[in-house]
Structures are given as structure tokens and as C-alpha cells.
Design a binder for this molecule. Structure first.
Ligand code: NAP
Length: 250
């Protein structure tokens, strides 16, 4: 039996990388999937076509989630199209590689975009989704944070701060929205999606096998998301680290 039949999922930044893997995974489990994108229209249309070709239901919606009005339009058009909402995945992220010690390179644009997409975007989407999620019998929100929130390593200082903030937002929302809506997070380790403009030297280091042998991939995150949304009925305010033990074992 499919786990998300008759359920609707919105995935922000759903056309590429981890978001794409989650869209496809939830569609395989019967969900109607809203594939949000900001710039990657071609990729979003491809994900929708792939889902529809397998008999599923999907919709691509352009919206910059760092703008409240666009986040509101995203959720409204999702609910209009599929008559309800059961799961919101705040996956959209933005960053630039700026080594932590190069503080003068943290321009206002970098500070604002990183925080705006990761923190404000997740709050904007969540608050407009809440009334619709409350009408669902099995509602949840999943925030995609990062191992950066735990190690303080990562593409930039503001990225670390934004992901740590989103970890706290996850717990605060879980407190505020219980018992109707569970709110959890997934913190991935490095996954080679092309998300960050790493230098070749840094990238080479990151691409090394993990202590579990292989590298982490987007499917691993999608499986954790399926678990949190479908099976983790007694879990809220929690983060699953999909990082091959990196944060816990050092
Ligand atoms: P990715 O393929 O580059 O995905 C980032 C997504 O965010 C893109 O689909 C992009 O959409 C979307 N996005 C950016 N700004 C947006 C905005 N203003 N409004 C709506 N969507 C926006 O990289 P990824 O690795 O899959 O990243 C997905 C999430 O995983 C991010 O939150 C990232 O921080 C997190 N993460 C990644 C890693 C990693 O190593 N890859 C590790 C830990 C956590 P457009 O292309 O349409 O702009």
C-alpha cells in the first residue's frame, strides 16, 4: 500500500538535488506533489513530467519563498489545485562559499539572501500552510537544515547561523503546533548536488568517502523524509542527522 495516497506535499526548491529526490519519492508513495522552484523552470517541468508519466499528480509553481507574498501564492495555488495540504517540506536554500575567517566578504547581499531564503522563507511558507495543515488528519512540516548547524563548519558563517536558526524554529514550531502538526528537521551532511560554489580543493576533500564507506546521496534524505512524514507519529521537534556519523563522532 502506498503511504501518501490522497495526500498533498509541497516541496520548496523541489526541482533539483535533494528536493527533486523528495518530490519523486513522495510521488512514488502516491502523493500529489507541488514542485516549487525559483529559477529552475526547465528542471521543475521535468520533475512534473516524470511524475505524470508514472501516473502521478504534480504541479510546478514558481515562487521566491524569501518573499512573503510569493510564499502565500505558492501555498494558495497548491491548495486550490489539490484541495488540501498534508505536508510542507522547507527545502529551498541559498548560500555562497565564503571561508569563515574572510568576514569582510560577507556582503549585505549574502547575509540577506542566505537568511531570507533559509529562515524567513521557511517561516513564510509554514505560517501560511498552518491553517491548511490543521485540516489534515496527519499533518507535518519538515525543515531541511544541515550538519553545519551542529559542526559550525559549512559554506559560510551566515549559512551556519541560518541553519542553526532553522533548527530552533523547528523546535519552537513543534511546541506551538502540537498536537495537530508535527514539525521535524533533517540535517544532511555533504551531498554532491552542486549546491555550493566550493573551490576544487575543498570539493575534493568533501567528496572523500564517509566513515560509513560510501558518500551520502539525496535518496538518503528522501527516505528520512518519508519516515518522518509517514511513520514517525510520536516524533516532533526532532532532527535526524543524515551525515554518516560526522557530527556525533567528530
Ligand atoms: P540545490 O539542488 O542547489 O537546491 C537548492 C534549491 O533551493 C534549488 O532547487 C533552488 O531553486 C531553491 N531555491 C533557492 N532560492 C530559492 C528561493 N528564493 N525560492 C525558492 N526556491 C529557492 O542543492 P541541494 O543540495 O539539493 O539543497 C537543498 C537543501 O539541502 C538546501 O536547503 C541546502 O541548504 C540543504 N543541504 C544541502 C547539503 C549539500 O551538501 N548538498 C547539505 C546540507 C543541507 P531554483 O534553482 O529554482 O532557484
Amino acid at each position: 500500500m502506498m503511504k501518501f495516497e490522497k495526500k498533498t506535499v509541497v516541496v520548496t526548491g523541489g526541482s533539483t538535488g535533494i528536493g527533486r529526490a523528495m518530490c519523486l519519492a513522495f510521488a512514488r508513495e502516491g502523493a500529489a506533489v507541488v514542485v516549487n522552484y525559483n529559477r529552475s523552470k526547465t528542471e521543475a517541468d521535468e520533475v512534473v513530467a516524470q511524475i505524470e508519466n508514472c501516473g502521478g499528480r504534480a504541479l510546478a509553481v514558481q515562487a521566491d519563498v524569501s518573499r512573503d507574498r510569493e510564499a502565500r501564492r505558492l501555498i494558495a495555488s497548491s491548495v486550490d489545485r489539490f484541495s488540501g495540504l498534508d505536508l510542507l517540506i522547507n527545502n529551498a536554500g541559498w548560500t555562497r562559499f565564503i571561508p569563515h575567517h574572510e568576514l569582510e566578504r560577507l556582503s549585505d547581499e549574502v547575509l540577506e539572501n542566505t537568511w531570507g531564503v533559509i529562515v524567513n522563507g521557511s517561516i513564510y511558507c509554514s505560517r501560511v500552510a498552518v491553517p491548511h495543515l490543521k485540516a489534515s488528519s496527519a499533518a507535518s512540516i519538515i525543515n531541511i537544515t544541515s550538519i553545519a548547524a551542529y559542526t559550525a563548519q559549512g559554506s559560510s558563517l551566515i549559512y551556519v547561523a541560518a541553519k542553526a536558526a532553522l533548527t530552533s524554529v523547528t523546535k519552537a514550531l513543534a511546541r506551538a503546533l502540537a498536537p495537530e502538526i508535527r514539525v521535524n528537521a533533517i540535517a544532511p551532511g555533504f551531498i554532491d548536488t552542486g549546491f555550493v560554489n566550493w573551490t576544487p580543493e575543498v570539493l575534493e576533500g568533501l567528496q572523500k568517502p564517509t566513515r560509513l564507506g560510501s558518500t551520502i546521496d539525496s535518496e538518503d534524505v528522501a527516505k528520512a523524509a518519508l519516515y518522518l512524514a509517514a511513520d514517525a507519529k510520536s516524533t516532533t521537534g526532532q532532527t535526524i542527522l543524515v551525515d554518516a556519523g560526522n557530527a556525533a563522532l567528530g
